[in-house]
Design a protein around this ligand. Sequence first.
Ligand code: BEZ
Length: 242
Amino acid sequence: MTIRIPMMGEIAPSFWARTTHGEVNFPKDYEGKWVIFFSHPGDFTPVCTTEFMVFAKMHAEFRQLNTELLGLSVDSVQSHISWLCSIKEKVEFNGISGVDVEFPIVEDKGLSIVKKYGMLQPSENKRYMRDIQYIQADKATDENEIINTQPVRGIFIIDPQSRIRYIAFYPLSNGRNLDEIKRILQAIQKTDSQNVDTPVNWNPGDDVIVRTPLSYEDAKKRMEDKELKCSEWYICLKEDKS
Ligand code: BEZ
């Protein structure tokens, strides 16, 4: 099987899998909803644990945005369950504890899904393993199992028509910023619902960008529109009244 990162605008690659919440037929089971589909390197690891705890805390906020969370690692469902029990019963992070992770986590023991989503990036694994001196810099390590099987932190936002709208990959060593994931999700949803673009560092409530004029006539009209804040014909913002 070829390994390729699917691109924004493409339909999310399909798969069938076991999860902590039963079987999933992806993306069909999620049609009509937004999905945040993300990989993590492995169960029982510290950075991933903090990510899962905060994803779980934000689960209701994402649901309010018609968005489901779907995690994945190459560990088994049994391992996922055991890890989730440990998180709920024993782990405290930044004042959060007793966290119940209620969204599904996919099992991908055969690596077929991580390959379809370009989540296997062995050079990053090699870098990390050398950094922590798990492997020696001068050893031939391409056969090392962890290097070739442990996914990086991939994250895909998929829209209700199953189209990929956002992609990010994070290093093994660094947790994701889930406030940013929520922000970009809301920005994309704003674009879809109101045909507007969003400027740098946009947050809900901020002014939005009116899309580019398609004729000279339109360009002149928008400069005279009192509802718009145009400093030049090509950059017009307006208040977000919704
Ligand atoms: C972590 O989640 O802590 C982690 C997992 C794999 C490699 C490095 C860090």
